[in-house]
Write a protein that binds this ligand. Structure first.
Ligand code: FEO
Ligand code: CA
Ligand code: CA
Ligand code: CA
Length: 598
């Protein structure tokens, strides 16, 4: 194995870490520190986190909870920049001491509203290549919360399906919810996926369209907002369509803290994991997007307009409209091996590969519905129903999907699917494992241009612990040499084009803490999964950012200790007594961490 060197990111893979260990583990020769933690103030007027006396006002000026998508965007000098981070959800069971007081529960609800959303935080350092620190009162510092106003863009903006009593125009939505993965665009904005927005609403679920998003009718939620804020109660006749205003890709401009963030209806509405953008040969913008639900779909959006390669304010404004107009496609995968060879047990078919061809099926063309019986607005608001009608392929929970900046090949993380192999979703060559417990990664190659409508595909990895699961597959690399990996979630690339994968779900499947893994895609190391770091117990590894030329790796540590209780929680990340010398934290704090050479 490689050893830490003097340039780049050479490292010896770490051993997998048992799921009960409450440590952040990095390779020999590296160390780590949080850049910013839940509750750290973004402004000098904001108090530090006080577990006993937290207020909604304080939280609205502090870094949010449960960090997910992350980017570290350096300015041209390399000595300043911004950190952009999603705050997907809250863990009420471990954030504060338990309470049954109704007034306190109401106050907590407002804290939860302020703890979710997104953060933009300025960074600085003395020298290029050094680790970063965050800047209190940075010019670009911003919190986006469940009360921040977004502009709805695209064909469904202004339609009856997105109007409520508070927004009779159907154009202005307060808040963003369930912000999971995302992507940074070539024009410097950040996209974020509204994923599990359904959990914040009490649902009437009267119609098939509502049920396809909510599951069933509900009357209460974990955050309790519906008890005092009618827009979270879809039984309220004034707010029946409030849930239709979530489940989009949002776009924010981190350079301008006064800018109005956007929600793009043209990119469809589903449990958007995230979106990653690349520029097609003809300058159109192509975005790849997963719908993270068992047996849901992979999507692609192609803009009508063309990218303007300039850094002027005018160019950025034009580029920020690219995702408001274009065509939406959903993927159909076809295998090339006889169906009888796909047994559900994960054994390779006789041609030696799970592979085949695929088609991007249009849901909108020239911006208008091509789905029989559905209007354009219906296709964009009830996108799952449209995709059901055109014969898209049910996938094993499409998470992050990202094109390689070097090759244009697209990598799709399919995290797991306990329902695979059942009557509603038999195994197929693209999802070949019954009950798919450990997930897999698909490599997709566009065969008629990046914006085209045909592709080829093959399975790169069938995840799991090769010492206990025989069918695991690592692109043909000797499986006894790789790190065990389970439940791939976020993907990223380094400057050499290696794929990096972070995981969510390894503790409950292979018994190890979640982590970050490097996977070479070319040459004789293709498929050699090597673990770079491990997060503490009950945490998920998110938002990897790989600045290998600087020897820096960044991750978001989401929901450390989420199964614990205040006072008895089993994670003390990141302010461990021994490591940090201070008092024991009252609760674990989700944080953004940087890893660098010791
Ligand atoms: Fe929030 Fe699909 O992960
Ligand atoms: Ca095959
Ligand atoms: Ca995720
Ligand atoms: Ca990613």
């Amino acid at each position: 194995a490689a050893q830490p060197g003097t340039s780049g990111l050479a490292f010896g893979p770490i051993d997998p870490v048992n799921r009960l260990v409450d440590e952040f583990t990095v390779p020999a020769g590296y160390t780590w520190q949080p850049i910013i933690r839940w509750g750290d103030p973004l402004f000098s007027s904001t108090p530090a986190l006080d577990f006993e006396h937290q207020t909604p006002e304080a939280q609205a000026g502090q870094f949010g909870y449960n960090s997910d998508y992350l980017d570290i965007i350096a300015d041209p000098s390399g000595k300043s920049g911004v950190l952009v981070n999603n705050h997907e959800y809250v863990n009420p069971n471990i954030m504060f001491p338990a309470t049954t007081d109704p007034a306190e529960r109401r106050r907590r609800g407002d804290i939860y509203k302020a703890a979710q959303g997104m953060s933009v935080v300025e960074l600085q350092r003395r020298k290029v290549g050094e680790p970063w620190s965050y800047v209190v009162d940075g010019r670009r510092n911003r919190r986006i919360t469940v009360e921040t106003v977004f502009e709805l863009t695209g064909p469904a903006a202004g339609s009856d399906l997105v109007k409520t009593a508070a927004d009779p125009e159907g154009r202005w939505v307060r808040g963003t919810l369930g912000n999971c993965a995302g992507g940074t665009t070539p024009w410097g904005t950040v996209l974020s996926g509204e994923e599990n927005f359904n959990g914040y609403f009490a649902w009437a679920a009267d119609t098939a369209a509502q049920k396809r998003y909510s599951g069933t009718s509900t009357t209460s939620t974990e955050t309790g907002w519906e008890a005092y804020d009618p827009r979270f109660d879809a039984h309220d006749p004034d707010y029946v369509y409030e849930p239709n205003r979530f489940g989009y890709i949002v776009e924010i401009d981190p350079s301008d803290p006064t800018s109005t963030p956007l929600k793009h209806t043209a990119m469809g509405r589903f449990k958007h994991e995230g979106a990653n953008v690349t520029i097609a040969e003809d300058g159109r913008v192509v975005a790849y997007m997963g719908d993270d639900e068992r047996n849901d779909y992979l999507y692609k959006f192609v803009s009508k307009g063309r990218y303007t390669a300039a850094t002027s304010t005018g160019a950025r404004k034009r580029n920020m409209r690219l995702l408001s107009e274009g065509d939406l496609f959903v993927a159909r995968f076809s295998g090339n091996s006889p169906a009888g060879e796909i047994t559900g047990g994960g054994a390779l078919p006789s041609d030696g590969l799970f592979d085949g061809s695929g088609q991007w099926i249009a849901l909108t063309r020239d911006g208008e519905s091509v789905v029989p019986g559905m209007s354009t607005e219906e296709v964009l608001v009830y996108t799952r129903l449209a995709a059901d009608l055109v014969g898209a392929t049910k996938m094993d929970r499409p998470e992050d999907v990202e094109p390689s900046p070097l090759t244009g090949k697209v990598y799709l993380a399919l995290t797991n699917n306990s329902n695979r192999g059942g009557a509603s979703a038999p195994v197929d060559e693209a999802n070949p494992v019954s009950g798919n417990r450990y997930g897999h990664v698909v490599e997709l190659t566009e065969t008629s241009g990046q914006a085209g409508e045909t592709f080829g595909w093959s399975i790169l990895l069938l995840c799991g612990d090769p010492s206990t699961t025989a069918y695991t597959y690592f692109a043909g690399f000797p499986k006894e040499l790789v790190s065990p990996i389970s439940c791939p979630d976020n993907v990223a690339f380094d400057s050499e084009g290696n794929l990096w994968i972070s995981t969510d779900g390894a503790p409950g499947t292979i018994g190890y803490n979640d982590g970050l893994f490097k996977v070479p895609l070319e040459g004789d190391q293709r498929g050699n999964v090597q673990q770079f770091l491990s997060v503490p117990r009950e945490a998920e590894t998110c938002g990897p950012v790989i600045h290998d030329r600087e020897g820096l790796v960044f991750v978001a540590v989401q929901h450390p200790g989420e199964n614990g209780a205040v006072g008895a929680q089993r994670s003390f990340f990141p302010d461990y007594v021994a490591a940090h010398g201070g008092g024991r934290a009252a609760a674990p704090r989700p944080s953004v961490v940087q890893v660098f050479r010791a």
